[in-house]
Design a protein around this ligand. Structure first.
Ligand code: SF4
Length: 228
């Protein structure tokens, strides 16, 4: 089997997203396209020999790696907000409180400082599962471990300054990273904001400012001050 063309995959993704954004088809179509990209990536990984996912040792309720900054694109943030809006009021308000609390603790921290803090993502539920799993960001999907225990040890070791590698499923990682950069490039080509933001800060902001969705899909660029 030939080498997978990540560059081509990135370019095709950018083209699809750009065209959709230029047509100004509205948030529902853009979010549906994002879902489609994710669904196709999952199906591709399932059938592609490079994607032998029997090697992956991650499981529900682990959440060890959910202590890092997750770069999230604006449509991904909007997808999370739409998903949260379907949840019951009590769950949504609990998550909103956790987001606020976490954002106050992590805003301004660099990746190393964020990890050192050992604070779990605001979307982890009481069982340690991702409460927004169907709409989790692309870069969350890119992180895997082929040995959950060594992953836990490596992450806690990094907190104490010890270097040890987390062995990941590299093909899956590269695939989701190329989709992430493809979506980002497509947004920018269509004149939208293709930059990424920390997931907790972005979703907290979008939840508190529902009116901004239309502006963002019309080319508004988020300023860091707004997020803070
Ligand atoms: S969004 Fe979900 S998968 Fe991603 S860091 Fe948060 S809890 Fe983990």
């Amino acid at each position: 089997m030939g080498e997978f063309r990540f560059d081509l995959c990135q370019k095709l993704t950018a083209g699809v997203v750009e065209e959709l954004c230029r047509r100004k088809s509205g948030p529902e179509k853009l979010l549906a396209e994002l879902r489609q990209i994710e669904t196709e990536a999952e199906a591709f990984l399932d059938r592609n020999p490079h994607g032998d996912r029997s090697l992956i040792d991650c499981g529900a309720g682990c959440g060890s790696c959910c202590v890092v900054n997750v770069s999230t694109l604006i449509p991904e943030g909007l997808a999370i907000v739409h998903y949260l809006q379907q949840l019951d009021e009590e769950t949504r308000s609990k998550i909103a409180d956790k987001l606020e609390d976490l954002w106050q603790a992590v805003r301004g921290l660099d990746d190393e400082e964020r990890m050192f803090l050992r604070r779990g993502c605001a979307f982890l539920d009481d069982q340690g599962c991702c409460s927004i799993y169907p709409v989790r960001p692309l870069l969350c999907r890119s992180i895997t471990s082929t040995d959950a225990e060594s992953c836990r040890q490596a992450l806690s070791g990094q907190v104490f300054g010890e270097e040890s590698a987390v062995i990941m499923h590299q093909f899956q990682q590269q695939l989701y990273e190329c989709l992430f950069s493809g979506v980002a490039a497509g947004l920018e080509k269509a004149g939208l904001d293709g930059r990424s933001f920390q997931v907790s800060g972005l979703v907290r902001y979008l939840l508190g400012h529902p009116e901004v969705e239309a502006e963002l899909l019309n080319g508004k660029r988020l300023s860091w001050q707004e997020l803070y």
